[in-house]
Ligand binder design. Structure first.
Ligand code: ZN
Length: 453
């Protein structure tokens, strides 16, 4: 293990050069003109893994391709599947970047470029760890598989079908993912849960076209007025979601977990100030971390309808609508809630307008067991590499692939995050702290060692 760690220290520059090479490829999956670049990033990853001694191949999916690679330790060893992605978000407003998003720059110990943190820098942490084992020991301590896709930033439309069609190939004891963040600067972090998502759109139609509000106001229902009233019924005065049955299947957090989450430092005043908001708010009886990670929520994401331009335009709009997302917690069935939402909105909507409810997707929450062998091994490996007890957190966001891995492969996931709190993933000047990636590679190399029987 010490020799593996020493190898990683000696090869930091070489491994940084890998990352810089990969980050130069503008593999923006959402833009058709970058289709070739996504394929190039996938091929680059395949070539690197093949060079290291993996049996690596590019697989077509019907959309952007992915890389699958494997290398056996020995028959009795457990099998771990590393999942990551080689595609990136668009660069956004170029004027907000200090340098070109695909011209990686090292500054103040950080690599600044699109993909540095999300997720090229992070999945390469696993490749680096594997490389160190193979160079030093000429073997891996565990059977290792890599699944690096090219469509994560567009919601992985072809990944679940791919997994379903290749269950034998992908069979494993556990999944390893590094695509999450650290709780604070330099604080190694394991994310053990994500929330689910239920996304709806409410569309109200009134008259056949916009009407004069003086001529017709007060005689025909105004879809914008009705919409506002409808939205106002979605929360009670305390901020709890008031859809009947919404909380029925929510399980209480075990006291130990609650205490553990409350032990994480978080100053509500600073938290709100950092977000530019006057103060925190939310469901009574829960801390901010509990509210954002462990409680279900409902948010209006957008409202449309009527006149919103310069000055005044006295109309009664023909239509109005709202996009509504709900973040779900474990045990809350998305399909069941979807029906409950529709039923509630239908019952509350007056017959003075026409109502349409559109579905924009549903995904369950995921929580990993807190007492698993991989989790204990990861805590030890992170503690030793970062000289700090890792933070155990949940995430408020949604990773649809985690419940899919569990459903299709029967495997739980371990999320080791090495992106700093200021990594600006998806934004301008995305960056990764090189020391965190270096320590991360050392931690993952240790983890592989500890996972060996
Ligand atoms: Zn990512």
């Amino acid at each position: 293990m010490d020799r593996v760690a020493a190898y990683l220290r000696q090869h930091q520059q070489e491994h940084l050069d890998w990352l810089i090479d990969l980050c130069r490829i503008p593999s923006i999956s959402t833009k058709p003109e970058h289709k070739g670049d996504v394929a190039a990033a996938v091929r680059w990853t395949r070539d690197l893994l093949a060079r290291l001694g993996f049996d690596a191949r590019v697989c077509e999916t019907g959309g952007h391709p992915l890389v699958y690679a494997e290398r056996c330790a020995h028959a009795g060893a457990p099998t771990y599947l590393v999942y990551g992605h080689a595609d990136v978000q668009p660069e956004g407003d170029l004027r907000l970047w200090d340098a070109g998003p695909f011209d990686p720059v090292v500054k103040d110990g950080k690599l600044i470029c699109r993909g540095a943190a999300d997720d090229k820098g992070q999945f390469l942490v696993h490749v680096r760890a594997a490389a160190a084992w193979l160079e030093v020991e000429k073997r891996l301590p565990i059977n290792l598989k890599f699944l690096i896709e090219g469509e994560e930033e567009i919601s992985s439309p072809h990944l679940v079908p791919f997994i379903q069609q290749h269950t034998d190939l992908l069979r494993c004891d556990h999944i390893l993912v590094s695509d999450t963040g650290m709780y604070a600067d330099g604080w190694p972090t394991i994310t053990y849960g994500t929330r689910g998502l239920l996304y709806k759109e409410i569309r109200l139609t009134g008259p056949k076209h916009d009407l004069h509000s003086g001529g017709f106001g007060g005689t025909i229902a105004n879809p914008a007025n009705v919409l506002a009233k409808l939205i106002a019924t979605l929360h009670d005065a305390d901020g709890r979601v008031s859809i009947p049955g919404f909380y029925d299947d929510v399980t209480e957090l075990p006291p130990a977990e609650r205490e553990q989450l409350r032990g994480l430092p978080l100053d509500d005043v600073q938290y709100a100030a950092g977000l530019g908001s006057p103060r925190v708010c939310g469901e009574p009886g829960f801390s901010t971390n509990e509210r954002r990670w462990t409680r279900p929520t409902l948010d209006v994401n957008g409202i449309y309808g009527g006149y919103a331009g310069e000055g005044a335009n006295t109309i009664l709009p023909a239509r109005a609508g709202a996009k509504v997302s709900m973040r779900l917690v474990p045990n809350q069935g998305g399909e069941k809630l979807s029906a409950q939402f529709d039923q509630t909105i239908r019952a509350r909507c007056p017959d003075t307008v026409r109502l349409e409810i559109l579905d924009h997707g549903v995904c369950d929450a995921y929580v990993a067991p807190l007492d698993s062998t991989p989790l204990h091994a990861a805590r030890r490996a992170l503690r030793e590499s970062f000289d700090r007890e890792p933070a155990l957190i949940r995430a408020g966001g949604t990773l649809p692939i985690l419940p899919a891995f569990k459903r299709v492969l029967g495997a739980d996931s371990l999320l080791l995050g090495f992106a700093g709190p200021d990594c600006a993933a998806h934004g301008p000047n995305e960056n990764a702290v090189l020391e965190d990636l270096d320590r991360g590679a050392a931690a993952v190399a240790r983890l592989y060692g500890y996972l060996a029987p």
